[in-house]
Design a protein around this ligand. Structure first.
Ligand code: PLP
Length: 398
């Protein structure tokens, strides 16, 4: 029987909060590295990573120190004024993404996608004129929850209850070059694509496919916009997932892990795109504030270090190898292992939600991606022993 504090916390959530998330019956209170503890003192191995957010794990000393120091200096003054950390972070991002020249900061992934839609439309209107407003996205995509971003997200369940959402979106199957050629036309202002789809089931885009997206964007005068909100920032073993594809995007959207757990979004774009956006065209009250961007500098500096990325590649391969072993032991349960680096999907037979719930019983947190994919998004700081422990616990529940 859980204690009073646990029961009260769950009761509050169930009484006062919109019921948009079915949550398990424990209450997380504290974290350390890749380990979380609940109000009953139970520990959990964190392979959900706050949905690819807690890249440096929980309780990171440098993040805590930066929050403490910067929050005493300045938390917020709005974008009406210059402050130091935002410009420094922008410089760091641009120096690490050749071909992209300017950054717009906002507060979440969906807001970043929404901004990128506006930038693409404005750019097309200035360049070509009216009518170049359509957008191509892919089946299995997830780009967020606002009326523009949700219009680019393929799952009907996210869109249909809220119709009409932003019109003018065409979907094509991922990795189907012929279908892509058919939806592309001169009225398309942008193609939005995740190099590795997260919510849609951890589906990796083929190199030839992304290169064809690039070619068709050039041919039709459309912008290639990469959503690296989940797969970016070292998650796949390179700082940006697109580095593994030999393509150059016109825009890239970042969010989830960039500020180590504090809310942030960022749109990176080529100079020409930024030139189409002038004072008053877009804005945000909180975006790029000094506290968030000071913390993001710590995260970006640490993750973009070659030794850190080598570590992700190393542990990521180790994880892949051991998940593949698991497939041999449980061929009737596991259909496929997908993903890159420390972003992995286990495509199972049966319900991923049930298996995730079984994980809670053995102290293991995982995400899901659709009805039959378990999604692993651990902090990027995990070591081989965390993977060994994951495999032990997966064996118990499989
Ligand atoms: C999470 C996610 C978003 C939306 O980000 P929020 O911060 O939840 O608004 C958009 N695109 C991808 C690929 C994501 O994983």
């Amino acid at each position: 029987m859980p204690g009073e504090r646990t029961r009260t916390a769950i009761e509050h959530e169930q009484t006062y909060i919109f019921q948009t998330y079915p949550r398990p019956d424990f209450v997380l209170e504290r974290g350390e590295g890749a380990c979380l503890f609940d109000t009953e003192g139970q520990s959990y191995l964190d392979f959900a990573g706050g949905i690819a957010v807690n890249a440096l794990g929980h309780g990171d000393a440098e993040i805590c120190k930066t929050i403490a120091e910067q929050s005493c200096k300045l938390i917020h003054v709005s974008n009406l004024y210059h402050t130091v950390p935002g410009g420094e972070l922008a410089k760091m991002l641009i120096e690490r993404s050749p071909g992209l020249d300017r950054v717009f900061f906002c507060n979440s992934g969906t807001e970043g996608v929404e901004g990128a839609i506006k930038f693409a439309r404005k750019f097309a209107r200035e360049r070509v004129g009216e009518g170049k407003t359509s957008i191509v996205a892919f089946e299995g995509s997830f780009h967020g929850r606002t009326m523009g971003a949700v219009a680019l997200s393929s799952r009907e369940h996210f869109r249909l209850p809220f119709m009409p959402v932003m019109p003018g979106v065409r979907f094509a199957p991922l990795n189907d070059i012929e279908a892509l050629q058919q939806v592309m036309a001169d009225d398309v202002c942008a193609v939005f694509v995740e190099p590795v789809q997260g919510e849609g089931g951890v589906n990796v885009a083929d190199q030839a496919f992304l290169q064809e997206v690039r070619r068709l964007c050039d041919h039709h005068g459309a912008l290639m916009v990469l959503d690296e909100i989940q797969c970016g920032m070292g998650r796949t073993g390179t700082l940006w997932a697109y580095e593994q594809y030999a393509v150059q995007p016109d825009m890239m959207v970042l969010a989830k892990p960039l500020a180590g757990g504090l809310p942030i979004g960022a749109i990176l774009a080529r100079q020409e795109v930024a030139d189409a956006i002038r004072p008053g065209d877009h804005g945000t009250t909180f975006g790029g504030g000094p506290l968030i961007t000071a913390v993001a500098q710590v995260v970006l500096r640490r993750i973009s270090h070659p030794d850190f990325l080598a570590h992700v590649q190393h542990v990521g391969s180790y994880l892949e190898e051991h998940l593949n072993y698991l497939t041999h032991y449980y061929p009737e349960r596991i259909r496929a292992i997908r993903g890159r680096g420390l972003m992995r999907g286990i495509h199972i037979r049966g319900s991923a939600a049930e298996l995730r719930a079984a994980g809670h019983q053995v102290g293991l947190l995982m995400a899901t991606a659709g009805p039959d994919v378990l999604r692993l998004l651990p902090p990027l700081i995990i070591e081989q022993w965390h993977v060994d422990e994951l495999i032990n616990r997966l064996r118990k529940i499989l």
